[in-house]
Unconditional design. Structure first.
Ligand SMILES: NC(=O)c1ccc[n+]([C@@H]2O[C@H](COP(=O)([O-])OP(=O)(O)OC[C@H]3O[C@@H](n4cnc5c(N)ncnc54)[C@H](O)[C@@H]3O)[C@@H](O)[C@H]2O)c1
Length: 703
């Protein structure tokens, strides 16, 4: 027996499953046998007494979980950080444990009442004493970790738990003698797994399978080379034995019903302090400020969910709720993350939601200079679709050419400071690129309850798979109205269309939209033009007779013949000039001076002479034609619509029509309230739209 090792236990006199505070307790209320629990506890007590000195704390009636002494607090040397239980059901244990520690000469540190920390259940010392592993995610708060580091003067490594079955660190993680580690990787997020792998060499890591994990194999008591646990598979036993550990199994099934086993039933109260180990916690915090319809537009929920989903934690420092329906709310939130990198990632996402640094802490953007053309500095800020401002020399500057997935370049000249989005390949040597996250803010339009409800109604039918015809009609009415308004005020509408528009009989309708001045630009690929011209010249689309709807003999060659014809002319415009092409979508574009760009792709036949096969040039031309657009109609082309979506800033209305709900969702889901998705046949959509526009211009309608 190692006399220098002391363990604290609590007899199970009042143990029972009285409530449900973890998934193991579900369905087990009052289902444990107290006689069996006593017998199992005594066996464990007996085994441990042979290995160490066991002290006892008096059990208390009404506090059934006191038996799990691991949660009394965390001991290091003569100091103990007392637990602050997350659940009310266990908070009554705190004074009894506090008294025991004080009576036994420990210095007791206590966290604020609203900062949960569940003792050695969530904080495990490396058995060599080099650092402390601390868990968070379910019971203990990440914000408690810097206190552990400070009070116990030790380095704390924060690990995030993500599987609610393993709600405490000691249910899935067990540091062993000589730097070995028994753990279940599935219980941790990827950042934590990387941290574990960086600290513990592969030959010392014993990763267990789920079957062992659910038998609480990690909830083991390790004294020197002995490991005491509820149960282990032969495989695990063999693994542990092969590196020199002896396993003692002792059934603790009655305690498993409450979500605990050997380790939970014990607290090691002799933990040696190493001279050379000192406080260090990589937990980073920063405060963010948010304003707007934080509650009714769901921004607050989104922001807080985002923090937690990315492995961070938060504390709302103040929240001023807007009282009137129109008034906005203001909040300051402190965000904590287990490392600087995680905090940066969270902050970047919060900036997209419109969060800013509180006014008193705001500073200028940081920039780094491009040293190789077309290559940004490592930590460059990746732009979004939202209007963005950067702070340069104490002044907020609006970013120009806003688009997503670009870098922001700042330049200062005699005429002033400018900032603009530049895609990577356009970056030139000496460009000053914004890096990090300081001094950047996005200007989000405050989305009120009304706007949210309207957009969710619009989206709800696109998600339903098949939209009712009446609902499509309603949205078409709205779009027709807006198209009319844009045309009448001299605005700009760009259409991006795929060949399906032609196959579904939409060519005549799209042609009439162009003819009537509703379209100011057309973007697509080789195919839309090929099939449109095929229909105009030969009456077929992909070899199918558009009148009769049946394939024409030899029709599969038609599209190649028309490509050849246009190639002979030199361009689509020449074919129009020569009277060869006299109807259809492309004819109307040429005839009405509507610019178009056909971007090439690997599956293109021909291609047509107008098709731009240099994709960099095609992207630049797309961007040029999209400048100043008010509305984009995306008609059944995933490829070109995604390309267009990436170049378009928030604020431009996008109407996406596709038969496949997944495509519509993908295209419309930019978090932009201006997007509308319509799941329907594109031919039908275009015919309804043209119909509606005719109604709007008919004299009866005006009267
Ligand atoms: N002959 C050719 O040169 C040729 C032929 C075909 C495609 N292409 C090229 O391949 C690339 C990709 O083509 P794409 O844009 O057609 O393909 P895509 O897969 O990007 O998009 C087609 C979209 O149309 C949707 N759709 C299908 N039927 C529909 C209907 N009845 N109503 C509404 N939506 C419907 C689909 O769900 C899909 O999202 C383009 O660049 C195109 O020019 C070339």
């Amino acid at each position: 027996m190692a006399e220098s090792i002391r363990i604290l236990m609590c007899p199970p006199d009042h143990y029972d499953v009285d409530y449900v505070i973890n998934p193991w307790m579900e369905g087990n209320i009052h289902k444990s046998s107290s006689a069996r629990a006593v017998e199992q506890w005594q066996k464990l007590h007996h085994i441990l007494k042979d290995l160490a000195v066991v002290d006892l704390v008096n059990p208390q009636k009404g506090w059934p979980d006191m038996v799990f002494t691991a949660n009394a607090g965390l001991v290091l040397g003569d100091n103990v950080v007392l637990s602050r239980f997350f659940h009310e059901e266990r908070q009554g244990e705190e004074p009894y444990f506090k008294k025991w520690f004080e009576d036994n000469g420990f210095t007791v540190y206590e966290l604020d009442e609203d900062l949960p920390f569940e003792g050695a259940g969530d904080a495990l010392l490396d058995r060599e004493g080099r650092w402390l592993w601390a868990g968070y995610g379910f019971r203990s708060e990440l914000d408690s970790h810097p206190y552990l580091a400070k009070w116990l003067d030790i380095e704390v490594l924060s690990l995030r738990l993500i599987d609610e079955r393993f709600y405490h660190l000691d249910t899935c993680f067990c540091p062993l003698t000589e730097g070995y580690l028994l753990y279940y990787p599935g219980a941790f997020d990827s950042y934590s797994n990387h941290l574990i792998e960086r600290r513990v060499p592969a030959e010392k890591r014993i990763a267990i399978e789920e079957a062992d994990a659910v038998n609480f194999a990690c909830n083991a008591v390790n004294v020197e080379r002995t490991v005491v646990m509820n149960k282990a598979s032969d495989r695990l036993k063999h693994k542990l034995e092969s590196v020199g550990f002896e396993i003692i199994e002792t059934p603790l099934t009655e305690f498993l019903k409450a979500g605990g086993a050997a380790k939970c039933l014990t607290l090691r109260i002799t933990e040696p302090v190493l001279e050379y180990v000192h406080a260090n916690s990589p937990v980073e915090t920063r405060t963010i400020h948010m304003e707007g319809h934080l509650l009714d537009a769901g921004i607050m929920n989104k922001a807080l969910d985002l923090v937690v989903e990315n492995g961070g934690s938060f504390k709302v420092l103040n929240f001023n709720l807007g009282i009137e329906r129109q008034s906005t709310s203001v909040a300051d939130v402190r965000i904590s993350a287990p490392s600087y990198q995680v905090l940066e990632e969270i902050s970047r996402q919060l900036i997209e939601l419109g969060a800013v640094t509180p006014p008193q802490e705001v500073c200028d953007v940081e920039t780094e200079t491009v040293t190789k053309a077309g290559v940004a500095p490592d930590d460059f800020y990746v732009s979004t679709i939202y209007p963005t401002e950067v702070r340069v020399n104490g002044q907020w500057v609006r970013v120009r050419q806003q688009r997503m997935d670009a870098a922001i370049v700042v330049s200062e000249t005699d005429t002033g400071i400018t900032a603009s989005c530049k895609i990577l390949r356009d970056l030139a040597v000496d460009d000053r690129v914004v890096v990090g996250i300081e001094g950047i803010r996005t200007v989000r339009k405050t989305e009120s309850r009304e706007t949210q409800q309207r957009s969710s109604q619009e989206f709800s039918f696109m998600g339903a798979g098949v939209s009712s015809e009446r609902r499509v009609e309603l949205v078409v009415e709205q779009i027709a109205w807006e198209l009319r308004q844009i045309r009448d005020r001299g605005g700009k509408v760009v259409v991006t269309a795929g060949p399906v528009v032609i196959h579904t009989g939409g060519a005549q309708h799209l042609s009439s939209l162009i003819r009537d001045g509703y379209v100011q630009g057309l973007l697509g690929g080789n195919a839309i033009a090929v099939h449109d011209i095929e229909q105009a010249l030969m009456g077929t689309s992909l070899g199918v007779d558009m009148q009769k709807g049946v394939p024409v003999r030899g029709g599969h060659r038609h599209h190649l013949k028309v490509i050849n014809t246009i190639r002979r002319c030199g361009s689509i415009a020449r074919a129009v000039e020569r009277g060869i092409l006299s109807k259809g979508v492309m004819y109307e574009c040429v005839n009405n001076n509507v610019p178009f760009c056909l971007a090439g792709s690997i599956r293109d036949d021909g291609p047509l002479p107008d098709t731009e096969m240099d994709l960099i040039k095609a992207q630049a031309e797309y961007a040029r034609l999209l400048e100043g657009t008010d509305m984009i109609l995306m008609l059944s082309t995933m490829l070109h619509s995604i390309g267009v979506g990436n170049m378009t800033p928030a604020g431009v209305k996008m109407v996406c029509v596709d038969i496949n709900p997944a495509v519509v969702t993908k295209l419309s889901d930019r978090g932009s309230i201006e997007s509308v998705g319509i799941v329907t046949d594109v031919g039908l959509f275009l015919s309804l739209l043209v119909n509606q526009l005719e109604k709007l211009t008919s004299p009866y309608q005006i009267a």
